[in-house]
Design a protein around this ligand. Structure first.
Ligand code: FAD
Length: 627
C-alpha cells in the first residue's frame, strides 16, 4: 500500500503522489478496493459517491489534482427539462430534442433514462449546496442553448462546470469510504480470465508503479480531443480509458462522431481552439461573416444561431470557403447589442478570456471565432441501465462512454450525462463488486509485460537523441487528423489519415526520451501518443465505413444521409488481425416513445433523419425512474 495519506474531513482520504519514495523499477505498490473509479471529473465523482453510499470501499484515481479535471472547464450549463422558465418543457421534449439532435442513431433507452433522471440530478446538486443563477422567484435559472426547444440549461454564469465539480467534490470527500489518488496515470486494465479485476499504472511524480486490485472498475476517464491540432480539451484528454477498454476486449461505439464546436477562439495563435461557450449565443450573441451578413438566417432560418452545433460549425466553414471569412479564417460573434453590464454579469469568463488572451473587449468589439474539436460522441459501448461494458466487471460513464448523443451532442447534455450515468455506473459497479468480490492474486505476467512496455522509451543512450521524439509524433498525428479527418472528410482524405496513423504507429517502436521516471512529462507523453493513435485509428476507420453525412460526420463524397446508416451503429473491437469495425443494428424505438418526437419544436416530418424511424417496434422497456 502507498503509505502517505493526507486526510480530509470524514473518513475519506486524499493521497498526493509527490509524497512517496521511488523504488526499483520492477517493484510496485498495491492498493485494494471494492470499486476503482478512473477519473475525478463529474462522472467519476458521481460514480464514487454512489458506490460508497452502496457500502463499498472506493478508490478514485486522477491524472491531475482533485478539482482540476476537464469538467471544471464547462461553462454554459446542465440541460434538464425542469421548465422553470418555460412550463412547456418536460423530460419528453428533452428526449425528443436529444434524439433529433443526435440524428436518431442515439441509444433511445439511454436518452429516455437521461431525460427523466437529469431533473433529479440537478435538484440533488442543489440540495448538496450547488449554487445556480436564480429567477426572481428563487427558482433555478435556465438559459437557451442550440437545438433545445425551450430555455433548459441550469447554470451559474459561464462557470457551471466549476460549480458542479466543487459541489460533487465536497459531497464526495464527506462520503465515507472514498480514497483519492491524485496525479496517477493508469495505463492498462488487469484481468482475471474474462473479468476485469483492477488496473495498473504509475505515480506521475515519482514514476513508481502501482497496481489497483478491485472488484469492479468504472472508467470515467473523459474524452479525447488532443489528437487534433485545435481543440478546446484539456491536456488530460488523450483517450486513455477508451484505449484501455479496447485493449481489454471491450467494444467502442460510433467512434467517427467527433464534435466540432462552432465557436473556438482563432486569434491570437496561442489561444486558437479555446472554447467560446454556446452560452454567448444562448444569451443572444449573433454571428456575422466578413461582409456583415447574418449568415445563419440562410442556413437555418428557424433556429438561426441556436441551430445544432454540427450545422453552425459547417455554416462557418462554408462561409470561410466561400471567401467571406474573417481575417483569421472564421466568423464574427457579436454581443455588443446586449449591453456591457449584462455581458459582464452573464458571461464573465468570456469577457475575461478575450480581454486577457486577445486584448479584445467583447462589450465593444466582436469576437473572431471558428470551429474547434470539442467533444466525443462515440465511446465505450455500455448497457443503458447499468453502464456495464461488454467486459464483465468493467463499467463506463461520462464522455468516455458512447450512445447517448448519437451523431451530435446538444450543448448541456454532457454535464447531465455525467451525473445520470456516473451514478448508474457507481451503483452497478458496487453491486457487481459486492456479489463477485475482489480477486486475491493478480497476474504478475500482465504487470511485467506492461512494465516492460512503459519502460522501453527510457532505454538507450539516455539523452533521447537516438530515437523518435514523442512530441514530434504527437505533432505529426495532430496534423494528419486536423487536415484529413477534420470537420469535412472524404474516402481519399481518410485513407491518407489512416496511412499517416499507421506510419506514426510504426515509429512508436523507436520512441525514446531522456531522463528517468521522476516527474518526466516526455515519458508521460509516450503513452499518451500511443493511446491517441489507437483512438485516431478507430475514428478514421469508423469514418471510412460511414459512407454518408450525418450529424458531425460530414463526408464531401457522400453528402446525403442514407437510410441504411440510420439503422446501424458502428462497433470497433480488437480482433486477431488488428482493429475491426462492424455494424450492429439499432433496436427500433418502441411505439410509446415514437410520438414524443413530435413534441420537439424542431420536429418536421419532411426533414426527419433517415433511418429506423420508418419501422415500428413493441415496447422494449419501462419508462421512468431507476429501479
Ligand atoms: P472529465 O471531466 O474529462 O474527467 C476525466 C478524468 O479522468 C480526469 O480526472 C482525468 O485526470 C482522469 N483520467 C483520464 N485518463 C486517466 C488515466 N489514464 N489515469 C487516471 N486518470 C485518468 N458540457 C455541458 O454539458 N455543458 C457545458 O456548458 C459544457 N461546457 C464545456 C466547456 C468546455 C471548455 C469544455 C472543454 C467542455 C464543455 N462541456 C460542457 C463538456 C463537458 O465539460 C465534458 O464532456 C464533461 O465534463 C466530461 O466529464 P467526465 O467526468 O466524463 O470526464
Amino acid at each position: 500500500m502507498c503509505t502517505s495519506t493526507c486526510c480530509v474531513p470524514g473518513s475519506s482520504s486524499i493521497r498526493t503522489s509527490s509524497s512517496e519514495v521511488t523504488a526499483s523499477p520492477e517493484a510496485y505498490d498495491t492498493i485494494e478496493c471494492d470499486v476503482l473509479v478512473v477519473g475525478a471529473g463529474g462522472a467519476g465523482m458521481r460514480a464514487a459517491i454512489a458506490a460508497a453510499e452502496a457500502g463499498c470501499r472506493v478508490t478514485v484515481v486522477t491524472k491531475s489534482l482533485l478539482g482540476k479535471a476537464h469538467t471544471v472547464m464547462a461553462e454554459g450549463g446542465i440541460a434538464a427539462g425542469i421548465g422553470n422558465l418555460d412550463p412547456e418543457d418536460s423530460w419528453e421534449v428533452h428526449f425528443a430534442d436529444t434524439m433529433l439532435g443526435g440524428q436518431l442513431v442515439n441509444n433511445w433507452r439511454m436518452v429516455e433514462l437521461y431525460a427523466h433522471e437529469v431533473i433529479d440530478r440537478v435538484l440533488e446538486l442543489e440540495r448538496w449546496g450547488g449554487i445556480f443563477d436564480r429567477t426572481d422567484d428563487g427558482l433555478i435559472m435556465q438559459r437557451a442553448f442550440g437545438a433545445h426547444s425551450w430555455r433548459r440549461l441550469a447554470h451559474v454564469g459561464d462557470r457551471t462546470g466549476l460549480e458542479l465539480i466543487r459541489t460533487c467534490q465536497d459531497k464526495m470527500v464527506h462520503t465515507e469510504g472514498v480514497d483519492v489518488c491524485m496525479e496517477y496515470t493508469l495505463t492498462c486494465l488487469l484481468k482475471s480470465g474474462d473479468r476485469v479485476c483492477g488496473a495498473f499504472g504509475y505515480n506521475r511524480n515519482t514514476g513508481r508503479f502501482v497496481a489497483f486490485k478491485a472488484g469492479a472498475v468504472v472508467l470515467a476517464s473523459g474524452g479525447w480531443g488532443r489528437m487534433y491540432r485545435y481543440t478546446s480539451n484539456s491536456w488530460e484528454c488523450s483517450g486513455d480509458g477508451a484505449t484501455m477498454a479496447y485493449q481489454a476486449g471491450a467494444d467502442l461505439l460510433d467512434m467517427e462522431f467527433m464534435q466540432f464546436h462552432p465557436t473556438g477562439m482563432i486569434w491570437p495563435p496561442g489561444a486558437r481552439g479555446i472554447l467560446v461557450t454556446e452560452a454567448v449565443r444562448g444569451e443572444g450573441g449573433l454571428l456575422f461573416n466578413a461582409e456583415g451578413s447574418r449568415f445563419m438566417l440562410d442556413y437555418d432560418p428557424v433556429k438561426k444561431e441556436l441551430s445544432s452545433r454540427d450545422v453552425v460549425a459547417r455554416s462557418i466553414y462554408k462561409e470561410v470557403q466561400a471567401g467571406r471569412g474573417t481575417p483569421h479564417g472564421g466568423a464574427y460573434l457579436d454581443v455588443r447589442h446586449l449591453g456591457a453590464d449584462y455581458v459582464k454579469r452573464k458571461l464573465p469568463s468570456m469577457y475575461e478570456q478575450f480581454h486577457a488572451l486577445a486584448s479584445v473587449d467583447i462589450t465593444s468589439q466582436p469576437m473572431e471565432v471558428g470551429p474547434t474539436i470539442h467533444y466525443t460522441m462515440g465511446g465505450i459501448r455500455v448497457e443503458p441501465e447499468t453502464a456495464a461494458t461488454t467486459v464483465p466487471g468493467l463499467y463506463a460513464a461520462g464522455e468516455a462512454a458512447g450512445g447517448l448523443h448519437g451523431a451530435n451532442r446538444l450543448g448541456g447534455n454532457s454535464l447531465g450525462d455525467i451525473l445520470v450515468f456516473g451514478r448508474r455506473a457507481g451503483d452497478a459497479a458496487a453491486e457487481f463488486a459486492k456479489t463477485v468480490g475482489t480477486v486475491r492474486v493478480i497476474d504478475d505476467a500482465q504487470i511485467a509485460t506492461e512494465q516492460a512496455d512503459l519502460l522501453r522509451p527510457l532505454d538507450g543512450d539516455g539523452n533521447g537523441s537516438a530515437g523518435e521524439n514523442p512530441y514530434k509524433l504527437h505533432e505529426d498525428l495532430q496534423l494528419a487528423m486536423q487536415d484529413d479527418a477534420g470537420i469535412g472528410r472524404s474516402e481519399e482524405s481518410l485513407q491518407r489519415a489512416l496511412a499517416a496513423i499507421l506510419a506514426i504507429r510504426e515509429r512508436t517502436a523507436g520512441i525514446r526520451v531522456s531522463g528517468g521516471r521522476v516527474l518526466n512529462p516526455g515519458w508521460h507523453t509516450c503513452r499518451d501518443v500511443t493511446n491517441m493513435l489507437v483512438i485516431s485509428e478507430a475514428i478514421v476507420r469508423g469514418a471510412i465505413e460511414r459512407r454518408e453525412s450525418r450529424g458531425s460526420q460530414w463526408r464531401f463524397d457522400h453528402l446525403e444521409q442514407e437510410v441504411e446508416f440510420g439503422k446501424i451503429n458502428f462497433v470497433t473491437r480488437r480482433g486477431g488481425d488488428g482493429m475491426q469495425v462492424v455494424s450492429v443494428p439499432i433496436t427500433p424505438m418502441p411505439d410509446r416513445l415514437r410520438p414524443l418526437l413530435e413534441r420537439s419544436r424542431f420536429y418536421d416530418p419532411a426533414k426527419l433523419p433517415k433511418g429506423y424511424m420508418t419501422e415500428t417496434a413493441p415496447d422494449a422497456g419501462t419508462t421512468g425512474k431507476k429501479k
